[in-house]
Ligand binder design. Structure first.
Ligand SMILES: Cc1cc2nc3c(=O)[nH]c(=O)nc-3n(C[C@H](O)[C@H](O)[C@H](O)COP(=O)(O)OP(=O)(O)OC[C@H]3O[C@@H](n4cnc5c(N)ncnc54)[C@H](O)[C@@H]3O)c2cc1C
Length: 301
């Protein structure tokens, strides 16, 4: 059994940012990562000051390279399969290798997974011309013919949001729209067409969307598609530790990403509504500050 000040689960922007601050605070840290970052399909990370457009893998590579300077931080490419807190407030984790480790504090930064529709063409074009976040990928397709994929309040909301990037919008609901009549009228006032036919496939070439094909009616020429079909936690660890969740399925956190359990923190996409790399990194740093402050207080008595 190895013993640490802090175990960080997840080496995305949130976990690595926390590990950097904890390393600089001379804490003994174990970081574990299972190798499935949320934005794996993306080719360019946007909106991170000084890093706009960097390939996401390169961003993580630089982060790990800089972290390697801090010899008190150990980064391992291994999944954490279990995490528990004992009656003394100490955290115990089990790795996929069967090894065990324990720590005084635990940070979960395990991210989320997007529900990507299983319609042919979606996965192939995901991250190239199929996206979910206009702030991340809207600029590159501004003023182009865009589609929105989603139903009900979600599809309605994303359609209105996208008007900031293009006025040539068609909402594809892939079945009954489930949108209230006054909301449909509002979409119509903004020239947003709604198509309720079933989506059969997306057609594109070299990663660029060309047509959306329906089970009836003409194919729809489009340059990009933004979808909103929800997400789930990448890991069940926060559930098993009894964390509270909000209506979006992310962990409800308090000040500095604290949770209901003293010593347990949840940062990054796993815990918040605004899910950007810059926010995840900031949350990781905040959690590190709170963790180090707690550890200092405990050590100094
Ligand atoms: C297609 C796409 C494009 C995007 N583009 C942008 C953009 O341009 N700009 C932007 O700001 N944001 C973008 N995002 C959002 C961005 O990816 C997230 O906000 C960011 O990755 C969140 O960081 P995180 O550290 O919370 O989670 P993640 O980056 O998802 O990292 C979590 C890590 O935890 C690991 N993990 C999970 N469970 C375990 C476990 N049990 N044990 C060990 N490790 C575990 C995972 O393998 C993963 O590596 C995009 C997202 C997608 C899907």
């Amino acid at each position: 059994m190895s013993t640490y000040d802090v175990i960080v689960i997840g080496a995305g922007p949130a976990g690595l940012s926390a590990a950097l601050m904890l390393g600089r605070s001379r804490r003994r840290v174990l970081v574990c990562d299972s190798g499935h970052p949320r934005n794996a399909a993306s080719h360019a990370l946007h909106g991170y000051l000084t890093r706009d457009g960097i390939p996401p893998r390169e961003f993580l590579r630089i982060a790990r390279e800089q972290l390697a300077e801090y010899d008190c931080v150990e980064v391992r490419d291994v999944e954490v399969t279990e995490a528990a807190c004992d009656s003394g407030g100490r955290f115990h984790v089990t790795l996929a290798t069967g090894e065990r480790a324990d720590a005084r504090k635990l940070l979960i930064a395990t991210g989320v997974v997007d529900n990507v529709p299983t319609i042919p063409g979606f996965a192939e074009l995901y991250g190239r011309s199929v996206f979910h976040c206009p702030y991340c990928d809207g600029w590159e397709v501004r003023d182009r013919p865009l589609a929105v994929y989603g139903r009900g309040a979600r599809g309605y909301g994303l359609s209105l949001e996208l008007t900031g990037w293009s006025r040539d919008l068609v909402l594809c609901t892939d079945g009954p729209s489930e949108i209230e009549p006054d909301h449909l009228a509002r979409l119509a006032r903004h020239d947003i067409q709604v198509r309720e036919e079933r989506v059969v496939r997306l057609e594109g070439r070299d990663g660029v969307l060309e047509h959306i094909v329906f089970d009836a009616g003409e194919p729809l020429p489009r340059r990009a598609l933004f979808f909103t079909t929800g997400q789930v936690q990448r890991s069940e660890l926060a559930v098993h530790l009894g964390c509270e969740f909000n209506e979006k399925g992310t962990v409800r956190t308090g000040k500095y990403e604290s949770t209901h359990l003293p010593g347990l923190y949840v940062a990054g996409d796993a815990s918040r509504a605004v899910q950007w790399v810059v926010v995840a990194a900031a949350e990781g740093a905040e959690a590190a500050f709170a963790i180090n402050t707690d550890l200092l207080a405990e050590d100094l008595g």
